[in-house]
Ligand binder design. Structure first.
Ligand code: G
Ligand code: G
Ligand code: NA
Ligand code: MN
Length: 253
């Protein structure tokens, strides 16, 4: 309960921060975007999301927290746009609960117009499991987001049970291969079979594909060989505070 009331006040107290993990195109050895990951600066402790996101989901605080994350990403994009010519996107994780909000699309529109950045600066990651569990709630919003230029990436792809027929009808832009398959690449034939299938699916649907959780050269090489050139993971960088990430931004201009 103490944690809950502290979390409740965290936004207005300016205690929430976003860290950013680069998405790397290994073919051009350049950054093509970032994923925003939330942390809670509570006194001297940087609380990882695993320690507060579940509580936030239970209590509904995930809604204001996610709305804050979208505004903060837009604010940061504007700073990077001005200082580094940043024109890629910042991916924000969006839990299903947000799709219950009738003002979701309007809030995102407000955030980007407030900071004067293009709508496509905000990309949203929704998990495959969340998407499939709640299709009827989610689909109308996906179409409206697509219309205003906000792209959708399907996170943890391969772990849920997507109806492939349905997938072809959704306005999505990217499949993100779940890290469990990446972890086992080069060690089990099943993992490379799944990765190969996801890459083929993305290609035939005209979607981008990205692999998460890339930790070593072997995984990178196998992914590249199988046709996935965009990756995210500790091999390149963990999520970093904005000032540290600026090293990457300097290289892209
Ligand atoms: O950043 P990482 O290192 O510890 O994150 C742990 C978990 O918390 C991941 O499952 C990640 O998706 C989730 N997470 C991190 N940041 C956010 C966020 O801004 N919103 C939501 N909903 N989940 C987040
Ligand atoms: O898919 P999701 O949004 O839950 O992923 C974000 C989480 O993945 C964060 O906890 C982040 O720290 C973690 N992460 C990012 N890169 C790597 C990696 O290379 N290996 C592992 N094990 N976790 C990673
Ligand atoms: Na994610
Ligand atoms: Mn994921």
């Amino acid at each position: 309960l103490e944690l809950e009331s502290a979390l409740h006040k965290a936004i207005e107290r300016n205690e929430m921060v976003l860290h950013y993990q680069p998405k790397i195109d290994v073919r051009g050895a350049r950054m093509v975007g970032v994923e925003a990951l939330m942390r809670w600066q509570r006194g001297n402790t940087l609380v990882p999301p695993g320690d507060f996101i579940p509580l936030a989901e239970e209590t509904g605080l995930i809604i204001p927290l996610s709305e804050w994350a979208i505004r903060e990403a837009a604010r940061q994009a504007r700073i990077w746009q001005d200082n580094f010519g940043f024109s890629d996107s910042i991916a924000v994780n969006l839990p299903n609960r947000l799709f219950e909000r009738t003002d979701l699309v309007e809030n995102i529109h407000q955030a980007v117009t407030t900071y004067g950045v293009p709508h496509r600066v905000i990309e949203l990651e929704i998990t495959e499991t969340g998407l499939m569990k709640d299709l009827q709630n989610v689909i109308p919003s996906l179409h409206r987001l697509n219309e205003i230029g906000v792209e959708i990436s399907i996170d943890d792809f391969g772990t849920g049970y997507s109806s492939l027929a349905y997938l072809t009808t959704l306005p999505i832009s990217e499949l993100k291969i779940d890290r469990s398959f990446v972890r086992d690449l080069g060690m089990t034939p099943q993992s490379s079979a799944v990765v190969t299938a996801i890459i083929a699916l993305a290609r035939s649907l005209g979607l981008r594909v990205i692999a998460e959780g890339v930790e070593n050269m072997r995984q990178m090489e196998v992914l590249h060989r199988l046709g996935c050139g965009v990756m995210q993971g500790f091999l390149f960088s963990k999520a970093q505070p904005p000032d540290v990430l600026e090293q990457w931004l300097q290289q892209t201009v």
